[in-house]
Design a binder for this molecule. Sequence first.
Ligand code: PLP
Length: 711
Amino acid sequence: MPIISKSKNPSHLHLSVRLRMLSRNLWFTWNPEACRLFKELSPFVWQRSNHNAAAVMNEISDRELEARLRDHNFSKRVHAVLENFESYMSEKSTWSKRHAAALKDPVAYFSAEFGLHESLPIYSGGLGILSGDHTKSASDLGIPFIGIGLFYRQGYFQQKLNADGWQEEFYPANIPDNLPLELVLQPEGGRLLNSIEIGHSTVYFQTWAVQVGRVTLFLLDTNLPENDQHFQNLTSTVYGGNIDTRIGQESILGIGGVRLLQSLKILPSVYHMNEGHSAFLVLELLNQELKSGKTREEAEQVVRSKCVFTTHTPVPAGHDRFNSELMSYTFGKFWNSTGLTHEDMMSYGRINPADTNEQFTMTVLAIKMSRASNGVSELHGHVSREMWKSIFPGKTVDEVPIGYITNGIHTPSWATAYAHSFWNRRLGSDWTDKLMEPKFWKKIANDELATDEELWALRYNLRRSLVEYARRRHAEHQSCQAEASYASSNILSPDALTIGFARRFATYKRAPLIFRHLEKTIPLLADAQRPVQIIFAGKAHPRDNEGKRFIQNIIEITRHSQLTGKVVFLENYDIKVARYLISGVDVWLNNPRRPLEASGTSGMKVTIHGGLNLSIMDGWWREAYNEENGWKIGDDSNDADLETQDERDFGSLVQLITESVVPEFYDRDGQDIPRKWLKRVRNAMQTLISQFSTDRMVGEYVQKYYLKKDN
Ligand SMILES: *Cc1c(COP(=O)(O)O)cnc(C)c1O
């Protein structure tokens, strides 16, 4: 890409220049040694900026940096990290070269949110985390890959709870100068400007480039003086505003994204729509083919041969829909030039093209105009085929062309620094390159590689970090609210069985389920010999009052006299809070209303830290559970009646904790080691780490969808 200057071999450059380059590539975020360098340069800025290396480097003068680099030990470590980084960037023998050489032109991956790191808050939840992890694995595997998203000036909200336990939302500004963003310029200099039409207005956008290892992610941004005020704010918040904002953002993402790639002379081999938000890209591609003189059938065929689509939403109401008037207003001018009618356009987004009352559904557009579509777990694939079968009259459910690829996580990003060094010593520091080799992970069965004593020490260490973090947060909260009556050092215990529950507070995830019959839960938690504690975190969507009531519910329970210090809620769930939680807990609890969890990924993050899953048989866990690597709540079915389902799942949950989880955790031998528990942990590590990594997942996307033209 000529636009972004990338020096081929930077090793001749001065150390400080190379270090500044490193701070502007998110590779540092999954390399703890690199994080440590920036943290040491300024612990204060590192902390205050939520671990933002670019902010640290901005605040350090060249003179200070020179002085710090004259410290021999420090500069030796800087050298080692830079060599590691630079050899990663120039690596020739990648997985992609070996297994996907036919994939030459880049995959263009479109997503409304990217959760890459806590310092770049342009994500809201699981979908964004998945896009971020997908992008990082694409980099690790060396796949030609470009990400397209939006730059949200205010990102997603920060959560504060008031004295009543009610969620309040704050939107701090994302300042580009303080983030690892490069403004994309024209070859002849000056900012690259592109535009789309919305109604009769022209809306301009500029583009920021973020380096994610070897991958470039482009973020589109309408905050420009060239635009009317309301278009300047179009891309300001993640899923913010009203339906006009939504269709506007999605136009920028889909149509703008295609135009951006063309203005950069990038010809993608495939357009991957990650969820329906970006599906308007199809209209832009169709528009261009039609204008070039193709017939409608020819144009559709060309477009379909270039697009693949991943759906994530197992409930009909969760899919974006726009009515005919809004579509006509927004795209009238744009679509007129194709020579097709408004009803022709609407037909692409309708299950039944002849039904003029039917709204335009983004998912329908994407499914109709992609060469391949998929859900994100086996069960979700099935649910999606059922949900969209009427797009394909005459086909049985099983014939509906929607497959599945189960989600994964980018393990090097989720492993804490402590877990990295633990496994570096035992598996070799290249364990991060072995995530596609299930055999490699069988090694963990060998208790000479890591003894039970060492694994248990790992658990202690990580649990203590979480408990101390929660106490710090609690103390900060107390000092500004003077509200809780007990000392922070009395909350939680580093010895107690620790359960974690953290995710968006969408009501189907049923955060308060475990408290459904409090009289049954209290004795479980309050047992003095075998204590159990639960840590919660999560944000409710700003307009989801029911979700906010769930949070308030949990807060009330944290104040219950018999549960003081045993149930804790951590405010402002984000990637950093998640990392503390998924590494510190012994058990990750997931109790969504089946089958509404398309995949779920947070439970996958605990395994490398020796955590275990206790989960409904939904999404990924249905494929992962083998009786020895964790626990299943309920069974592989669901009752149509919600009350019945809740009651049954609560019963199963409490029974499991009472009869299996607690006894196994506290069943210690003479060395105070829970042997049986650790056997489960080893089994989980052997069966889950490789299978549920995004390296495996992206590899599957390459083989099944990116390379194959005819599905
Ligand atoms: C992993 C993660 C998620 C995804 O959670 P699920 O409920 O498992 O889909 C959401 N938010 C954050 C911050 C995460 O780290």
